[in-house]
Design a protein around this ligand. Structure first.
Ligand SMILES: *Cc1c(COP(=O)(O)O)cnc(C)c1O
Length: 450
């Protein structure tokens, strides 16, 4: 796999100077000659594929983890209480992410549940949340018998629109969960200012945003607590796993206690018996060892993803009806768990997105359609009709929730979003040309598809 080396600094300098196009020197070329040979007939109608080959797989095993894992397994010291590896991972992860403290957890979901618990989210409370996210974000809120209240997305950024936070606050609102979806950093000043005005706790869902930066600082330590996932598909993968970051060490101690059956930790006073509530959300030693080995590759991988994403931005934006994401105000580095863009079907003769995707997939490009209108998920209705929810929330509030559950920005985003999985961005520059050429090929043949 050959990838042109572009340092992060030169890439950012190039983008901010607005010279990426000329820097990469393609903008004047017809698309036929920037990649492999183009053939006009679409693969979906029997023509040859633009990209007949494969794409980089994920995850990538690191053999250097093997001796440590075998030693640990043979010793029988498998859980965190019997070894040093989880603690070592917590130290290293906090250092890598520029946060004061870290608690490793069993998953991103349990990291969110722990954070919500420690920050006092209780049954009958309301929590503001981005609707453009994975189900786990609002499931964690529901698991506390709190009401997820969706704040509309800005379709251009794919992210929560900070200007729409205040209008959703009620006297029950206690916290907000902004989501750095796809590794695109949220405008955290916007979120923190709104949160400050209404005394809300801020829990960042950074489960797709390892090493993404806002104003030069790594996300996940810009609110009260930040949550990460290390599930198999994630940039930092260990099968399952998660972490919480924070700069208030006392707060992180309480997270540690909560995730370990409530046992007091760190600065907390040791007590007789069981005084604190908690769960078992612990990470295992094997997960920590895998993560320590995977951490060696993440910065390099992220550089490759960034270089390829910026290149794709510059090529795709030349195609009518294709709109790359826009970084939110203050975002300085995205990490692309998915590479996202918007498909404007009106420019493709009203070709539905599903047909566009099928044609693109047939060309050998693994593009998907992103998240749907999650604010209409049936699981919300299931929760509302439960005995517990009916006791906790007056009918009038649930009625109002439905009346306010109109999110035009998010609807538009769900309709238009197209996503390409992160490991594809670990391919070569010629691979990226294939993606852009395939999109253009579908565009040029749009009439034959409608
Ligand atoms: C992956 C993910 C989670 C949940 O993480 P798990 O480790 O799968 O529990 C939460 N939020 C977002 C945005 C995610 O991508």
């Amino acid at each position: 796999m050959k990838t042109r080396k572009i340092s992060r600094r030169s890439m950012i300098a190039a983008t901010s100077a607005g010279v990426v196009g000329s820097f990469l020197n393609f903008s004047f070329m017809p698309f036929e000659i920037t990649g492999r040979t183009q053939v006009k007939k679409l693969a979906i109608t029997g023509g040859p594929k633009v990209h007949p080959g494969s794409w980089p797989g994920w995850p990538v095993w690191d053999q250097s983890a093997e001796p440590g894992l075998i030693e640990m397994f043979r010793s029988g010291r498998w859980w965190r209480g019997s070894g040093e590896h989880v603690e070592e991972f917590e130290r290293e992860y906090a250092r890598l992410m520029g946060a004061k403290a870290c608690v490793a957890t069993a998953s991103g979901t349990t990291a969110l549940q722990t954070s919500l618990a420690v920050l006092g989210v209780d049954a009958g409370d309301e929590v503001l949340v981005s609707p453009y996210t994975f189900i786990a974000t609002y499931n964690a809120i529901l698991s506390h018998k709190a009401l997820p209240v969706f704040v509309d997305s800005d379709p251009e950024t794919f992210l929560i629109d900070p200007g729409k936070i205040s209008e959703r606050v009620t006297d029950r609102t206690v916290a907000i969960v902004p989501v750095h979806i796809y590794g695109l950093p949220v405008d955290m000043d916007g979120v923190n200012n709104a949160a400050g005005k209404h005394s809300l706790k801020v829990i960042e869902d950074a489960c797709q945003a390892w090493l993404a930066e806002y104003k030069g600082k790594r996300v996940g330590s810009l609110g009260d607590l930040g949550c990460f996932s290390f599930q198999n598909s994630k940039h930092l993968a260990s099968g399952e796993g998660g972490a919480i970051l924070g700069n208030d060490e006392e707060l992180v101690d309480r997270c540690h206690a909560y995730h370990n059956c409530g046992r007091p930790f760190g600065r907390m006073k040791p007590v007789e018996g069981n005084q604190y509530n908690g769960m078992n959300y612990r990470m295992q030693q094997s997960q920590a060892l895998i993560l320590l080995s995977q951490m060696k590759r993440i910065e390099k991988d992220n550089d490759v993803r960034l270089g390829n994403a910026l290149y794709l931005d510059s090529r795709l934006k030349e195609i009518p009806g294709i709109v790359p994401y826009r970084l939110a105000s203050g975002a300085t580095r995205a990490v692309y768990h998915m590479y996202p863009f918007r498909y404007i079907k009106e420019e493709f003769n009203d070709l539905p997105k599903e047909k566009f995707l099928r044609a693109l997939n047939a060309e050998g490009i693994p593009a998907g359609s992103g998240y749907g209108r999650q604010n209409h998920d049936g699981l919300m209705e299931e929760a509302f009709s439960s005995r517990g929810f009916r006791r906790l929330f007056p009918e009038s509030r649930i009625k109002q929730w439905h009346e306010q559950n109109i999110l035009p920005g998010n609807d538009k985003l769900s309709e238009q979003a197209v996503t390409i999985y992160q490991s594809v961005l670990l391919g070569s520059r010629a691979d990226m040309d294939d993606i852009a050429n395939a999109v253009r090929k579908v565009y040029e043949n749009r009439d034959s598809l409608v």
